[in-house]
Design a protein around this ligand. Structure first.
Ligand SMILES: NC(=O)c1ccc[n+]([C@@H]2O[C@H](COP(=O)([O-])OP(=O)(O)OC[C@H]3O[C@@H](n4cnc5c(N)ncnc54)[C@H](O)[C@@H]3O)[C@@H](O)[C@H]2O)c1
Ligand SMILES: [Zn+2]
Length: 357
């Protein structure tokens, strides 16, 4: 197992045996724990609970993005109260990004905060959601609108869980891997280029996840409350979020980010940054990973509206994160509206010679 210590809490990446998780938890001095899990990984969660001890119960909840709600949160909190969870009870949240966000939020507010350990079982949770301390649920008005910044005591990324992860959920995480590769630089990016030719089950996941996670951890460690440099992690996300919104979430987050990475590259080219060859490298990698490059939206106006409403827009100006080169990404870039519109129009077509006009 790889242990990362860039953050105030340890992050373990590998194939942790339930006994290893249990040992860590005992070493931390917790006498009582409750395992909360996404029902789709209940078996895995139960083996962890059993390893911790007879008194540790597992509570499974059907999750998925549609259930990342205040209603589910309420059920979790009420169940904890019925089970007489106390201030000193450790909550262990097992599952994908929805599980780590929702159970992490429950831990942040149950009795004004109880300790939390995340066991990430999806690629998105491993390289993104479980680290960084952002927890929360969706509101009807939009995603992740209620939540709290709250660090876990530890994160375990169980790469063995990826073997049962549905391909669609896997692809969601691949988009974030590419994003982290562009931010980190040639070493990580080239490794992804090389791996992309091979089937996903043969990838050295322990290393891939740890390398990707390190990128997020580095920026989060420097900027825990997202006041500055952490914005770099939003590469591809200003366009991505707007595309998700403009399609009423028919476009998944990962697809939005993939198209958004193409958009960031196009914007960079138009504003005199980035090279054509590096933009092509990014496009090729996304395509090899079977991530989309073309937006289903025909009309750029709803996308532009969604961008202006984005919380990252300040004083009415659109700010972007754009690559200067692979390994050198700039944030807070203000782009002229005609350029943004031109990029959105370009996204409607598959990349061809016009990409560089
Ligand atoms: N807090 C943050 O900083 C942050 C960052 C990125 C994403 N997120 C959040 O993460 C969520 C997306 O995460 P996700 O893609 O993991 O979604 P998810 O948690 O819904 O998991 C995707 C699907 O895979 C299933 N699943 C998870 N692990 C499995 C496994 N090992 N085997 C079989 N099935 C498994 C889940 O039940 C679900 O059906 C979004 O809600 C997003 O807002 C948060
Ligand atoms: Zn993302």
């Amino acid at each position: 197992m790889i242990r990362l210590d860039d953050l105030p809490y340890p992050v373990f990446v590998g194939r942790p045996a339930p006994a290893e998780i249990a040992t860590f938890i005992r070493e931390q001095g917790f006498s009582h724990a409750i395992v909360l899990c996404d029902a789709n990984v209940a078996l895995r969660a139960k083996t962890i609970a059993r390893a911790i001890g007879k008194r540790t119960s597992t509570l499974a909840f059907p999750l998925g993005e549609r259930r990342k709600t205040l209603g589910t949160l309420e059920r979790v909190l009420e169940t904890l109260a019925q089970r007489r969870a106390e201030r000193t009870t450790l909550l262990i949240g097992v599952g994908g990004g929805v599980a780590t966000d929702l159970f992490g939020f429950a831990a942040a507010i149950y009795m004004r905060g109880v300790p939390f350990v995340a066991v990430a079982t999806s690629l998105v949770a491993m390289v993104d959601a479980a680290v960084g301390g952002k927890t929360g649920v969706d509101l009807r008005a939009g995603k992740n609108l209620a939540g709290a910044f709250r660090d876990p005591r530890a994160v375990f990324c169980d790469v063995a869980a990826l073997e049962t992860l549905p391909p669609r959920a896997m692809r969601e995480g691949l988009a974030e891997l590419v994003k982290h590769g562009i931010i980190e630089g040639d070493e990580t990016f080239s490794e992804l280029e090389e791996l992309a030719a091979h089937p996903l089950p043969t990838w050295p996941w322990e290393k891939v996840v740890a390398d990707s996670l390190r990128v997020k951890a580095m920026f989060v460690a420097d900027d825990r409350l997202e006041r500055g440099a952490r914005e770099i992690l939003n590469l591809g996300h200003t366009f991505g979020h707007a595309l998700e919104l403009a399609t009423a979430y028919r476009l998944s987050h990962g697809s939005g980010v993939a198209i958004g990475l193409r958009a960031a590259g196009l914007l960079a080219l138009r504003t005199g940054r980035f090279s054509q060859s590096e933009h092509l490298r990014v496009l090729s990698l996304l395509a090899l990973l079977r991530l989309p490059l073309v937006t289903p939206t025909r009309d750029p106006r709803p996308v532009l509206r969604a961008m202006s409403a984005d919380k990252k827009a300040r004083d009415g100006k659109l700010r972007f994160v754009v690559p200067r080169k692979i390994g050198d990404v700039e944030y807070g870039v203000i782009a002229p509206l005609p350029s943004v519109r031109a990029v959105l129009n370009r996204l409607r077509e598959v990349p061809g010679p016009a990409e560089f006009r």
